[in-house]
Design a protein around this ligand. Structure first.
Ligand SMILES: Cc1cc2nc3c(=O)[nH]c(=O)nc-3n(C[C@H](O)[C@H](O)[C@H](O)COP(=O)(O)OP(=O)(O)OC[C@H]3O[C@@H](n4cnc5c(N)ncnc54)[C@H](O)[C@@H]3O)c2cc1C
Length: 552
């Protein structure tokens, strides 16, 4: 992207002449923008700022009726402090120009007329541009999120972009001067954060993730009227089924409510997945799997949530959160699990403001140099702790039990021991989270003595087991007492199939109590809850779906 050279002059003839001379010499490497008043130039600058364009130089006439050159430059500094500033003056204005070197930090003043430019204009501009290049850092060319670190809404937007692998720059309104300038250019106030600024210069004030998704260009509407296979949930199980469905020529659509990758997408490093001896991040795996599925013609609708399922003759109809419907011959439910909530005082109010569910990778960098607490004793908590230890001063894992050995893999326990800034505290639980607008301290209770103590804390990450994402199904398919979906042989009770089962044959492996509706992965009753098993189940379920399709 070429930087701008901006010239401002109210005299049309002079202004055109400057523009022409600048274009002639610099047109290949720079864009030249001409304005005929300070006000017009400032309005253009605000737009350029929102689009994150670079401005290398201002060349401004001092004598302009509404706003002098010096006045304009003093205001332009706040938008583009690093741009070089040159004043165009008449001989009579020399004194004003010299004063401006101090007052408006003007880098140079040029006398009118500047002809021939080869002698009286270009050498000076060359010099200024060389200087600008030597010190200038290219701006980030992408989405920028302005907000408060402790705002749940800001966290939600960051988490959404991060998990969907959309590159963005986060600007903390309390720490980053650039954020305040941008906020002004977007005509928003600090009470209206978060604000998302897009590379085309447009911005969304306090947007929902759906609005951001729409603007980024995610597809949320189905292309086909009818599918062979509707997969609900794009975690490892759903992605695997979609890859195989697509590769077997099934018209397949994959729905995802948050971000492809599911729980695996939250894992900073999966070290026990077959074929990756150095481990891989869940997001990497999700990205590869999604590309593979799309290569086989699978349609991804994301973010898009299934809210109900019904049967209409041979069709299985899924209603989406936006009220639209998808019809297909078969449905595969791979909705996985969500985090179990920690029900102690303060958690609900402070969620997103220092208290987070899951590994919260988007917050890890912000916690640099701070003390971080992780609640949970399973592998996911161990992995999160190892990841945070790269940024935090100290990571403390809070475990209710007496040791980690029953709940965490051996390799991770060893990793925790080898990481000097990780501390494991056993026989302890969070009794209360305290803080007004953000987490400030934790009250921890010893599970044996019941003694309580307070510790200062800015971040708490909760990873304490999971519940299936299946409530939206109601009674459509049979579920166990915890909500996990029954399928295949698990539907048989005392040698009998459920009374509502309508077919002479028994349900296929992973087929639910509704023929043509299948389940795989963590949402399934009896599943192993590992990535490889989810991938395996998704693959097998797809094969069973082909068998079902052969008979309808
Ligand atoms: C932090 C962490 C680390 C882990 N590390 C490992 C590891 O190292 N090794 C290992 O083997 N396993 C690991 N696991 C477990 C592993 O990730 C899971 O077993 C696996 O992701 C389960 O896959 P799934 O596809 O069944 O469900 P999920 O991964 O839970 O995916 C389900 C998806 O469905 C979506 N969804 C839910 N409801 C709806 C709806 N109504 N409409 C549309 N979409 C919906 C969700 O948003 C989600 O994306 C880890 C888990 C976590 C949380």
């Amino acid at each position: 992207m070429k930087p701008f050279l901006i010239t401002v002059d109210d005299d049309f003839e002079v202004s055109r002449a400057v523009e022409r001379d600048l274009r002639r010499k610099y047109g290949e490497q720079y864009r030249v923008l001409r304005a005929e008043s300070g006000a017009e130039a400032l309005a253009s600058l605000e737009q350029l700022k929102l689009r994150n364009e670079m401005v290398a130089l201002f060349l401004v006439d001092q004598r302009m009726p509404q706003m002098t050159g010096v006045e304009f430059l003093s205001r332009a500094i706040s938008l583009y402090p690093e741009a070089k500033r040159a004043l165009l003056t008449a001989y009579a204005d020399t004194d004003a120009a010299i004063r401006a070197i101090n007052d408006a930090q003007v880098d140079y003043y040029l006398m009118k007329p500047w002809h021939p430019p080869e002698e009286r204009l270009y050498p000076i501009i060359d010099d200024l541009l060389e200087d600008w290049h030597a010190t200038f850092k290219s701006p980030f060319q992408g989405i920028r999120v302005l907000g408060h670190r402790w705002s749940p809404q800001t966290h939600q937007i960051k988490e959404f972009l991060g998990r969907n692998q959309v590159p963005y720059q986060w600007l903390d309104i309390e720490k980053d001067g650039e954020a305040a300038t941008l906020l002004q250019s977007a005509h928003a106030s600090p009470e209206q954060l978060p604000v998302v600024v897009f590379p085309d210069g447009s911005s969304l004030i306090q947007p929902t993730t759906f609005q951001v998704a729409e603007k980024v260009g995610f597809r949320m509407k189905a292309e086909q009227p009818f599918y062979d296979l509707i997969v609900i949930g794009a975690g490892p199980s759903g992605l695997a089924a979609a890859v195989y469905g697509g590769s077997e020529g099934l018209k397949t659509v994959l729905l995802e409510r948050q971000a492809p990758g599911g729980q695996a997408g939250m894992s900073s490093r999966i070290e026990n997945y077959l074929g990756f001896p150095a481990g891989l991040s869940g997001q990497d795996l999700a990205r590869r799997a999604l590309t593979q599925a799309q290569r086989f013609g699978v349609e991804l609708l994301s973010p898009q949530e299934a809210v109900s399922l019904r049967v209409a003759g041979p069709a299985r109809i899924v209603t989406l959160a936006d009220g639209s419907e998808l019809s297909g011959k078969t449905v595969l439910i791979t909705t996985g699990v969500s985090y179990r909530t920690l029900n102690v005082p303060g958690v609900a109010q402070l969620t997103g403001a220092g208290v987070y569910y899951g590994a919260g990778m988007t917050e890890a960098v912000a916690a640099k140099g701070e003390d971080v607490y992780v609640v949970g004793g399973a592998n996911s908590a161990g992995q999160a702790a190892v990841y945070f230890a790269r940024y935090a001063r100290q990571v403390t894992i809070l475990v209710r039990g007496e040791s980690l050995s029953a709940t965490m893999s051996y390799y991770l326990i060893e990793r925790l021991k080898q990481t000097p800034n990780i501390v494991v505290e056993t026989c302890v639980e969070v009794f209360e989270c305290r803080g007004t607008s953000r987490l400030e301290s934790l009250i921890l209770q010893d599970t044996k003595t019941k003694d309580c103590r307070s510790v200062p804390a800015q971040s708490l990450f909760i990873l304490i087991g999971a519940l299936p994402y299946t409530d939206w199904l109601g009674d459509t398919v049979l579920r166990d007492e915890h909500g996990f979906i029954l399928s295949g042989p698990d539907l048989v009770r005392d040698g009998c199939l459920p009374p509502a089962w309508p077919l002479a044959r028994a349900p296929y492996l992973f087929e639910t109590s509704v023929p043509g509706v299948f389940v795989a992965g963590d949402a399934r009753h009896g599943s192993i809850k590992r990535m490889a098993s989810g991938v395996g189940e998704g693959t097998i379920a797809e094969k069973m779906i082909e068998r079902y399709l052969d008979e309808v």
